[in-house]
Design a protein around this ligand. Structure first.
Ligand SMILES: Cc1cc2nc3c(=O)[nH]c(=O)nc-3n(C[C@H](O)[C@H](O)[C@H](O)COP(=O)(O)O)c2cc1C
Length: 170
């Protein structure tokens, strides 16, 4: 697959089969997350792979949607705020940017492996933090359900702004 084909193939999967993700695929995906760039190479992140029934049920409480429960596993991506680069000129913290890049590496690597994912940010972050027993400066930023697509799961056509609207050549 070319990068464009990979980008086209990835879509928000909201229906999974119960077939488990193999350890080989999971290791590959996490190695792709590890390779993500970050500001000053600080790598201010952690990834919690949620596989046990007990932990899955707890994470499902943070985002109470029927489709979310169909995923065979989840990855919780957290920002280590005390390790993230902060730009001196205006004090802009870059942990959010770093975690977004690593998260998308996970989603694209999973797509390449024939798996589905969905970014989930509209979850109860306080509850998630409590469940994972995270320290104050570690923020759960994204939940990623990950798994094989259910048979009836088909991508919706991509709705994107026109290229001329989003690109300016100066
Ligand atoms: C930062 C971010 C947060 C998102 N949060 C959610 C979410 O909480 N729940 C959800 O169902 N989809 C969520 N999405 C998925 C978007 O709705 C989806 O990416 C967008 O509609 C484009 O569709 P596509 O991913 O199928 O190309 C999120 C996506 C991003 C990038």
């Amino acid at each position: 697959m070319t990068f464009k084909e990979l980008s086209q193939t990835r879509f928000s999967v909201r229906s999974y089969s119960n077939e488990p993700v193999s350890n080989k695929q999971l290791d590959y995906i996490m190695q792709c997350a590890q390779l993500a760039p970050s500001a000053v190479n600080f790598q201010p992140w952690h990834f919690y792979v949620i596989k046990t029934e007990e932990m899955k049920q707890k994470i499902q409480q943070c985002y109470n949607r029927d489709w979310f429960k169909t995923a065979p596993m989840y990855i919780v991506c957290t920002i280590l705020h005390n390790e993230a680069w902060v730009r001196k000129s205006d004090e802009k913290p870059h942990g959010n940017i770093d975690i977004a890049i690593a998260t998308e590496h996970i989603c694209l690597a999973a797509t390449e492996q024939g798996l589905g994912t969905c970014w989930v940010c509209n979850f109860d972050a306080a509850l998630c933090k409590e469940i994972l027993n995270l320290p104050q400066n570690e923020e759960p930023a994204v939940l990623i359900p990950i798994g094989h697509l259910a048979e009836d799961c088909t991508p919706a056509p991509k709705k994107r702004k026109d290229i001329n609207e989003i690109v300016s050549y100066l």
